[in-house]
Design a protein around this ligand. Structure first.
Ligand code: NAD
Length: 443
């Protein structure tokens, strides 16, 4: 079962209504603001394929909402290459970005100060060579040059976009804008370290590391989580997010027992030798198939094998009402955006599986993107140690806030995460637009 982008955006709006109106009793103008997008910009890129043929691909960049004034604080969000890319999918994902930024932060007053955005081009990334992927992003820079910029809208890595594609984008954007008298590096984050605009040490692993920090933060607050000392994890997806989670598992005392990606799945209940798996991925074009340190099984079977932590870190809509009943994990740690269908949530709750929602769990990526943006705009660069230390504070702060809201309102962690996000956005919108707080509103 998979949802269309339109259904995903409808679901997102429903969630905003149910928490915003139903729980926090926010004013209609705030609900209106959050259930519409400020901008969605469509474009077409012209790609010259390796064989000389010309192809046109559709792309979009969507801005959800910005609790701050653009010009000081940009919109921020990933750029993806996937067949599912379309206006509504990006609207849903851009809203998630607004909420992530409003949740994590070390103190009540400090959050990630960006509005939410998302973009992408519709294509099957597997059909394109690395050179073609880079040329796609150069064309994207040409098309988006007037709407993006370090203080307007800053892109980041996402599905099928890594450091090299980001480099191509920044290089072309900088070439177009070099005479305008501002440094261009902060137009995107997730740049390679040696990039002229300044990449951030730690960005590559930030989302995966953030997942570990979030779970650690929650385990300390929820004594009833019931995870063993050395929990066993199954990870779906082996790209930017999944690979980083796996690579850091040992550091966080987690045994990886299963991994899957688009090429297949491997499972070893005694534990996978992560170092060997990473070498295999390196040699095998990033794909897990053919890894001989574990048994090859199907991706769907892997999801339902027994483990302590299940980490969907691949794509949306993979935990469905059909498979939720079969899951045998204690914790579902959402590395991907929107991996769980709304109809699956009550089933997971019934089974006693704790869901750590995407808008909290995977916010490490945008957090370190914020650090990279700060460094690029200030010209002052941090060490990896400092990056990781700050990331831990942001993620732990977010986890604590969400657990507190869950306790206060007696709700699950996903609802609590929306309560935290909307409680931060609502006063910011009132301040930005000069709106008065209604008497009934709780925040
Ligand atoms: P990626 O393209 O680097 O990796 C995706 C991985 O998922 C690949 O290994 C691919 O083979 C695998 N995959 C795709 N479809 C699959 C399927 N049906 N079954 C099993 N595996 C499948 O993407 P990414 O950047 O790692 O992003 C993954 C998810 O995390 C997305 O939902 C993205 O929006 C979200 N996310 C990414 C970041 C980031 O920093 N990159 C931050 C927050 C959230």
């Amino acid at each position: 079962m998979t949802l269309t982008g339109e259904q995903m955006w409808e679901n997102e709006k429903q969630r905003i209504h149910s928490v915003g109106e139903g729980i926090l009793r926010l004013e209609p103008e705030i609900i209106d603001e959050l259930t519409t997008c400020k901008r969605d910009f469509g474009f077409t890129i012209r790609l010259v394929r390796d064989n000389g043929k010309v192809e046109h691909l559709s792309g979009w960049r969507v801005w959800h909402r910005n609790p701050y004034n653009t010009g000081q604080r940009p919109y921020k969000g990933g750029f993806m290459r996937a067949p599912s890319v379309g206006r509504d999918l990006l609207r849903a994902k851009a809203a998630l970005m607004t909420f992530k930024c409003a949740i994590v932060g070390p103190t009540e007053d400090e959050r990630v100060p960006f509005g939410g955005a998302k973009g992408g081009i519709r294509c099957n990334p597997g059909d394109y060579s690395p050179g073609e992927a880079r040329r796609q992003m150069e064309q994207v820079a040409e098309e988006l040059t007037d709407i993006v910029g370090p203080t307007k809208d800053s892109l980041g890595p996402d599905v099928a976009i890594g450091a090299e594609e980001i480099r191509a984008f920044v290089t072309r954007y900088s070439a177009i804008n070099q005479n305008k008298g501002f440094p261009c590096g902060a137009v995107a984050t997730g740049k390679p370290l040696e990039n002229a605009g300044g990449g951030c040490p730690g960005r590559l692993f930030a989302t995966g590391r953030g997942l570990h920090y979030t779970l650690r933060g929650i385990s300390r607050l929820y004594f009833g989580l019931g995870l063993p000392k050395q929990p066993r994890a199954i990870v779906q997806g082996c790209g930017n997010v999944g690979r980083a989670y796996i690579a850091l598992a040992k550091e966080f005392g987690v045994d990886v027992i299963g991994v899957s990606d688009i090429s297949g799945a491997v499972y070893n209940p005694r534990g996978i030798n992560v170092r060997e798996l990473l070498v295999h991925l390196q040699k095998n074009g990033g794909l897990v198939n053919g890894f001989n340190g574990a048994e090859a099984i199907s991706g769907e079977e892997l999801l339902t094998n027994e483990c302590d932590i299940l980490v969907p870190a691949a794509t949306e809509n993979v935990i469905t009402p059909a498979n939720a009943n079969l899951l045998r994990c204690r914790v579902l740690l959402e590395g991907a955006n929107a991996p769980t269908l709304p109809e699956a949530d009550p089933i997971l709750k019934e089974k006693g599986i704790m869901v750590i929602p995407d808008i909290l769990a995977n916010a490490g990526g945008v957090t370190v993107s914020y650090f990279e943006w700060c460094q690029d705009t200030q010209g002052k660069f941090w060490s990896e140690e400092q990056t990781n230390k700050e990331l831990e504070q942001y993620m732990t702060g977010g986890a604590q806030r969400v657990v507190e809201a869950a306790t206060r309102f007696k709700v699950d962690l996903r609802t609590a995460a929306y309560i935290v996000a909307l409680s931060y956005c609502a006063p910011a919108f009132r301040k930005k637009h000069g709106w008065k707080k209604s008497e009934g509103s709780l925040v």
